[in-house]
Design a protein around this ligand. Structure first.
Ligand code: FPP
Length: 248
């Protein structure tokens, strides 16, 4: 397949969120253990981060581990944590070179101490980078994130710091893990399922949804460019009519 060319950068999504699904099935198709698929998935992570940065995506969020994923066999969980740790260690330099800031969305306290240590180190080393923010969703669940935000906001109401009537979308957004970042405009899910799976439920309210049967280890540069081109071709109306938009 020829490379899709992004000629109109005004239609680039400012934030892309991806559910990286299909690693396990990709491995099973090759009679390999599931971790083989996750290892191949790390390659796709590298390619997609590099491509997103290159074409000018400002925020990229990858769903690397959900709160539900803790229920997987302990060997798989350990393998994933170890892949994550080595990915972070090996990428710190590249992130700095490419001006990429790392952020983490999720319950950091549930991660193994070694991973937490590496994550904290890379997050602080890249804190001043501005070209792109890479959010890794780790031990992340959207409902849990919303409850956490509601707890914080109601705590502020109890102390009088915030009046309940003043609560609005912006304030709630600013209590989510993604505080200060724009909402995803493009939501991609690989691996053939067409579900949101408790990922960024509040933030994807207006996102364009893009589902592909391609399994994550096969999702590379060309596939990302294709998704971005598909996004660019859609008309986003935000509740208005097409003719209202053409008059703006
Ligand atoms: C879903 O595939 C994928 C995951 C639960 C983990 C994603 C992890 C990686 C891509 C590698 C590590 C991440 C980073 C950021 C270095 P699945 O196992 O549910 O696939 P299946 O639906 O085919 O079983």
């Amino acid at each position: 397949m020829g490379d899709t060319v992004i000629s109109d950068t005004s239609t680039l999504p400012v934030h892309i969120a991806i559910v990286m699904d299909g690693n396990g099935r990709w491995a099973e198709e090759r009679n390999q253990p599931r971790l083989f698929g996750h290892k191949a998935g790390v390659k796709s992570v590298r390619t997609v981060v590099e491509t997103a940065r290159e074409i000018g995506i400002q925020h990229l969020t990858l769903y690397a581990f959900s709160t539900e994923n803790w229920k997987r066999p302990s060997l798989e969980v350990k393998g994933l944590m170890s892949l994550l740790d080595s990915y972070l260690k090996s990428e710190q330099k590249t992130m700095l070179k490419n001006d990429i800031r790392l952020q983490c969305l999720g319950q950091l306290n549930r991660l193994p101490p070694q991973v937490r240590k590496t994550l904290t180190r890379v997050i602080s080393a890249t804190a001043q980078c501005t070209a792109m923010t890479l959010n890794l969703a780790l031990s992340y669940g959207s409902r849990n994130e919303i409850i956490r935000a509601v707890r914080e906001v109601s705590g502020k109401c109890m102390t009088g710091e915030l009046a309940p009537d003043d609560l609005n979308e912006e304030i709630l957004s600013n209590h989510l893990y993604t505080a200060g970042q724009p909402d995803p405009e493009l939501f991609i899910r690989t691996g053939g399922e067409r579900r949101l799976s408790n990922f960024l439920l509040w933030q994807v309210s207006y996102a364009e949804l893009y589902f592909t049967d391609v399994k994550w280890p096969d999702f590379g540069r060309a596939e990302l460019l294709e998704a971005v081109a598909d996004f660019g071709a859609r008309q986003r109306r935000f509740g208005k009519t097409g003719s209202q938009l053409s008059q703006e």
